[in-house]
Design a binder for this molecule. Structure first.
Ligand code: HEM
Length: 143
């Protein structure tokens, strides 16, 4: 009985923290938000390169929403952690994604200022953040 209660409680905590049970990395909620982020970032980059800054700015809301939705989730690669180790992993992931969110805020500012050169510089930093976020948190089975 105690074992059953523990399992139920653990399941409840996992669900409460937004952790959905996923069979593979490609089927996670986080993967879906990342794809939204990638699709829009591709269009934003194309627009900035073509000096269509208003068009790029119009896509930023979707990017911000995808990051907000991704923040409370847990990377698939950390799915087997529990307790303190899980909390630490979630904190590390959130810190990295929060830094990335700040870069997108810098991109907002550059687009508002119609500063194409600065927008390109920030896009390059976003690309680096993506690479290091994936190196640290993306499962090797993923994408
Ligand atoms: C900044 C731009 C980013 C873009 C455009 C992006 C895009 C993507 C894409 C397209 C995938 C699917 C797999 C693939 O094709 O590689 C993915 C997966 C993933 N990304 Fe990102 N990503 C970004 C930043 C980050 C950052 C900063 C982190 C970590 C803090 C992160 C964590 C992950 C994780 C953990 C997965 C695997 C999904 C899962 O574990 O459920 N990404 N990302």
């Amino acid at each position: 009985m105690r074992v059953l209660m523990t399992l139920l409680l653990a399941g409840g905590v996992a669900l409460g923290s937004g952790q959905a049970v996923a069979a593979s990395c490609e089927s996670t909620e986080l993967f879906g938000h990342m794809e939204t982020l990638a699709d829009n970032l591709r269009d934003i980059t194309r627009a900035v390169r073509g000096n269509q800054l208003a068009e790029a700015a119009a896509r930023m809301n979707v990017v911000h929403a995808a990051i907000e939705d991704a923040l409370p989730l847990t990377p698939f690669s950390r799915r087997e952690l529990s307790g303190e180790a899980l909390e630490q992993a979630q904190a590390d992931y959130r810190a990295a994604l929060t830094e990335t969110r700040e870069l997108f805020e810098q991109l907002d500012d550059a687009l508002q200022a119609e500063d194409r050169r600065q927008a390109l510089a920030v896009l390059s930093n976003i690309s680096d953040a993506r690479r290091s976020g994936h190196r640290e948190f993306k499962d090797s089975s993923c994408g």
